[in-house]
Each structure stands twice: as C-alpha cells, then as structure tokens.
Design a protein around this ligand. Structure first.
Ligand code: MN
Length: 290
C-alpha cells in the first residue's frame, strides 16, 4: 500500500541581487536553510522586464565541485566558457553543466537581446557532486526545449516536462551522476496529480505561479514558497486551486558528505577549497577568450 508524503515545512524565497545585478528569488541557501542535500542552491532569475540596454548577467566566474542546471522559462541566456564552448539558451531549453574539476564561464545576455530588452525568467539549480566525482572533467548536456520528454495525465489536465528522473511513466533524456528528479508540472485549474517518488529521495516543490495544495493534508501554498516534503511515502500530491498551477518538483538521494563552500567552489574539506582557489588563480580552470 503506497502513501503520499506529508509536508515538513514551507519557506518563502528571499529576493536578492546576484552577479552583475540581476534580481533572483532564492529559496536556498538562506539563514533558514543552508542546503537541501544533494542540492546547494536554487535561484529563480526574475521574472524581470529589461528596458533596452539594461539586461544583466554574470560575467566570467569559475565553478568546481558541483553542477549548474539552467532552465529558461522566458527570454534567453547566452553563455561562454574557458573550453571554447558558447551558445544561447532559449525558452524551454535546459543546460546541465557538470563543472567537475573546474570551468570558467560567463552567463550574459546576447548583444541583440541587450539592445532590444525584454522579459527574462529562468532557474538555476546547483547539484552537488559526490566526493568521487568532484574532480572529473567538465562537460555539458544541452537539451533543446523540443527534446525534453513530456508526460500527460490520463485526464489530460496535468502536463509535466521531465528534465530529470521519471514522471507518469516517462523518462528524462538527461543523465545524472547520482539519482535526481527535476520536473516541471503544469496543472489546469482544479486538477491534481499524485506522482511517484523513490523512497530514498528527499523531495521539494517550488511553485512558480498559482496557488496550490500540497501533500497528504493538502496544505495551501502560494508561488515562490518552497515546500519541503517529509520522507514518509512513495508519492507526492500536487493540486491546483482556481488558477493554473506551475510548479517544479525536485529531488535526489542525499550524499551525506561534508559540504565546504567558498563562493563558486563546493568541496568536502577546507584544504580542497584552498587548492581550488590556488588552481583558479594559477589559471588551471582556464580563461575565456574575449
Ligand atoms: Mn555560473
């Protein structure tokens, strides 16, 4: 007999300013929640409407020891890195970047977008790497919007983009280093869904738009409030109120390893952090050719 998970607590996202000055809503890390093992950070970038010439981004910076997952909802994000890789992520696209031993990249709007301005809305999730994978060679998985598998409920009222893991019988195209689920559910008003989650996963929901009801006791939650589920069942229940509901469901198996952070480096020990700083300063993570 399966049971659907109850809610441990809900937390509001904090509004903050990041990188070159873009506005983010951040459910974690905050003083209330440092991480959600195996995840280190979730930023909702915008939504923000840029006037011509005002679009902001994050200029050249390094990463080591984890993965950054960028998911574009509206607008576009340009990117460029020290391995000579560059491109533009557009609406619905996902970039799963495994920084591993180290990469220097920039996340900036393209010149054309900067010129015209426009709306930007997206997400960045940081996925921690287990100790054994922290120093692997960096690599990317880029999945265009049209290549992301979609599942639809039997009644047709719930649609889910399966970025990682499996939902409603549909498997993701992306491969992850440890078991991860990352799913974007769209529910019509009044619709609900009970979706399976593996027993050993820690899972949270992050609603992007619309008020909804979550968990076994149908707790009402508004957008930009993180919902932390207890590990007490094999499914999660999501339900829309009178409006359409857009919500991310994210989970993974905890690494249960020490986490030492220093800005863009996340390792297991202080010594490894010192080494990361030395390697970055010595140019061993490369540099972007401008
Ligand atoms: Mn970055």
């Amino acid at each position: 007999m399966s049971t659907t998970r109850t809610i441990e607590r809900t937390l509001p996202a904090l509004r903050t300013v990041e990188g070159g000055g873009f506005v983010v809503h951040r459910p974690f890390p905050t003083r209330l929640l440092m991480d959600f093992d195996p995840f280190l950070l979730l930023d909702e970038m915008g939504p923000v409407d840029y006037a011509p010439g005002e679009a902001k981004g994050a200029p050249d910076h390094p990463h080591r020891g984890f993965e950054t997952v960028t998911y574009v909802l509206e607008g576009q994000f340009g990117h460029k890195d020290s391995a000579g890789h560059s491109g533009t992520l557009r609406e619905g696209d996902v970039q799963w970047m495994t920084a591993g031993a180290g990469v220097v990249h920039s996340e900036m709007p393209d010149p054309e977008f900067t010129r015209t301005g426009g709306r930007v809305h997206g997400l960045q999730l940081w996925v921690n790497l287990p100790r054994r994978d922290k120093m692997i060679a960096p690599h990317y998985q880029e999945i265009a919007s049209g290549k992301i598998p979609i599942a639809v409920s039997e009644d047709g009222r719930v649609r889910v983009k399966v970025i990682a893991g499996e939902a409603l019988g549909v498997k993701a195209a992306i491969e992850t280093r440890t078991p991860i689920l990352y799913q974007h559910f769209s529910l019509q008003p009044g619709a609900s869904v009970e979706t399976a989650v593996p027993r050993d996963f820690r899972v949270f929901a992050y609603p992007l738009a619309g008020a909804g009801f979550y968990g076994a006791d149908r707790t009402p939650v508004r957008a930009q409030q993180m919902v932390l589920f207890n590990d007490d069942g094999e499914s999660v229940t999501l339900a829309a109120g009178d409006e359409p509901l857009e919500v991310l469901l994210i989970g993974g198996v905890p690494l249960k390893e020490p986490v030492v952070r220093y800005g863009p480096f996340v390792m297991n020990t202080e010594d490894e952090i010192r080494q990361a700083v030395i390697d970055y300063q010595a140019g061993r993570m490369g540099a972007i050719t401008h």
